[in-house]
Ligand binder design. Structure first.
Ligand code: RIB
Length: 329
């Protein structure tokens, strides 16, 4: 049976607070002899600290909550791994929650993390958050827990945030296709349901305009960053005789490529496809998918560093915009 902090305190004939201060090496007026006795008893009985007891005294859990929209997407699982590496170096544990890319889950999960006593929050909010800004603004106003918005934001500089320049990413991807000689370039993006998607679309628009290529709205397709979006729109690429596709992330690019091959089309010979996120998956599968890279190591590092600063001084408020790069092999 696991020994509780209360039983250990009784055994050592001291209070729970004393045990917690001693085992957490907090400053106290307890004698060295008594400290040694408490630590020996804890070791003898294999006492394992219970975080809720630890919170009672230290008021910290040494845990950071990480909200993510889709941990099946390698972009987010890679980001979570890099965040955890950074947190571990700062002496913190990670509590990861997944929203299935739905704002309603975001709101309840954020409240849940705060109620569990995390010391800070890293928030990658759902795509549809942008349609429910008021709910987020109210919630983020109310919580006292320091937070950083990561990768996805509400477009409001009052929130501490770290993300990539999505318009530059969309521009780089589309310019690459133009430079390859393509004129009928389709775009698969969630421009109305995602702020990142909207800015990637703006980059697509900018590249076409700078090359004096008319934008044909019929070649702009709605996607949700998932494989099926790409798979189910690919037939229209063929029927509308597009010669290239900018997909707003690699999963949608994979879906489009799979369907194009089922339709007997060669990629890139018949239709060239570029993606976004430059997932390791492409290399593992030997798939030469040119893609916009968002360095998740840098994103994780900068996000955790900003949160650590915020936890020391909540007056800090920084927006950090990182630059994506285009990788073609
Ligand atoms: O693949 C999921 C996409 O949503 C990524 O490009 C990331 O930027 C997130 O916003």
């Amino acid at each position: 049976m696991k020994m509780s902090i209360k039983e250990l305190a009784k055994l050592a004939n001291v209070s729970v607070t004393t045990v917690s201060l001693v085992l957490n090496d907090k400053p106290s007026r307890i004698s060295e002899t008594k400290k040694k006795e408490i630590k020996e008893l804890a070791k003898l009985h294999d006492y394992q600290p219970n975080f809720s007891a630890r919170n009672l005294v230290t008021k910290t859990s040494k845990t950071i909550g990480l909200l993510m929209p889709d941990i099946e997407n390698l972009f987010f699982s890679a980001l979570a791994k890099n965040v955890e590496d950074e947190l571990r170096q700062n002496g913190y544990s990670l509590l990861l929650v997944n929203s299935d890319d739905m704002y309603k889950n975001d709101i309840s999960l954020i409240k849940n993390l705060v109620n569990r006593g995390v010391d800070g929050l890293l928030l990658t909010i759902a795509n549809d958050a942008i349609k429910h800004k008021a709910q987020y603004e109210t919630l983020l106003e109310d919580i006292k827990t320091p937070y950083v918005m990561v990768d996805r934001t509400l477009g409001n500089p009052k929130h501490p945030q770290v993300y990539f320049d999505n318009q530059l990413g969309g521009y780089l991807a589309t310019k690459y296709l133009i430079d390859q000689g393509h004129q009928k370039i389709a775009c698969l993006i969630s421009k109305d349901k995602s702020l990142n998607g909207y800015y990637r679309y703006k980059g697509y628009q900018k590249a076409l305009k700078m090359a004096h290529i008319d934008l044909n709205e019929q070649w702009v397709f709605d996607g949700d960053y998932r494989f099926q979006s790409g798979y189910h729109m690919a037939d229209r690429l063929v029927s509308q005789q597009c010669d290239a596709l900018f997909a707003g992330n690699d999963l949608m690019a994979y879906g489009a490529i799979k369907r194009l091959k089922e339709l007997g089309k060669k990629v890139p010979e018949d239709i060239e496809v570029v993606g976004y996120d430059n997932l390791e998956f492409s290399k593992m599968l030997g798939l030469n998918l040119p893609s916009v890279e968002q360095n998740v190591k840098a994103l994780g590092k900068q996000s955790v560093a900003l949160l650590m600063d915020l936890m020391k001084n909540q007056a800090i408020n920084r927006t950090i915009v990182l630059e994506p790069t285009f990788k073609k092999d």
